[in-house]
Design a protein. Structure first.
Length: 194
């Protein structure tokens, strides 16, 4: 028996105005739709004016916040292959934003540090992005924005725990790079889960 048009519920419309009822329960779809907004903010405020791609900014911010980390740690933290991390670090090094230092105990290993110029750019970019996202996400209250950041961080942590397959040593080896740039840009610390 068909519903009468008067009693039919209205279709769930996506951000583009299309019927999205099938996708409404798919979290990945909503994350992808939200990413469109964040990438647009990034491109407008950082990508075009400062010549940084999101992954380059992320690497620069993590190197600044974690001086001495290794390319292998970055590769694990960002789920980017080692050859791709090497290429990205090369680009940042060519621009004078990061520098490689030899490990005194293992001459084959390298440590990364942000240059003064890189540290300044990372800090400036973070300030720009925090303000730009705050404005772009004005449909959310500040508390909702913080909640969203915490939930996304929790999802990212699930990736790390699943990829470690119970190997706590691998997760511990990543040390302080288990944070996201967004988490380090928060103005207030997250609530304790104790």
């Amino acid at each position: 028996m068909k519903k009468s048009p008067a009693s039919a519920s209205p279709p769930v419309l996506s951000a583009g105005g299309l019927d999205g009822a099938t996708l409404d329960g798919i979290l990945g779809y909503h994350l992808a739709q939200a990413a469109i907004v964040t990438y647009a903010v990034f491109d407008r405020l950082v990508g075009l004016p400062l010549g940084l791609r999101p992954v380059e900014y992320t690497i620069l911010a993590l190197v600044k916040e974690n001086p001495g980390l290794s390319p292998a740690q970055l590769s694990k933290a960002l789920a980017v292959t080692r050859p791709n991390i090497t290429s990205l670090i090369d680009k940042l090094e060519e621009r004078g934003l990061v520098k490689r230092e030899k490990n005194v105990r293992d001459r084959r290993a390298q440590h990364l540090r942000a240059t003064d110029r890189g540290s300044t750019l990372a800090a400036k970019t973070t300030r720009i992005l925090v303000e730009g996202e705050r404005q772009a996400f004005s449909t959310l209250t500040p508390v909702e924005q913080m909640m969203l950041a915490e939930l996304l961080h929790k999802l990212a942590q699930a990736r790390e725990s699943k990829s470690s397959s119970g190997n706590a040593a691998r997760a511990a080896d990543m040390g302080p790079v288990n944070r996201t740039p967004l988490a380090s840009a928060r103005r207030t610390p997250p609530r304790s889960r104790a």
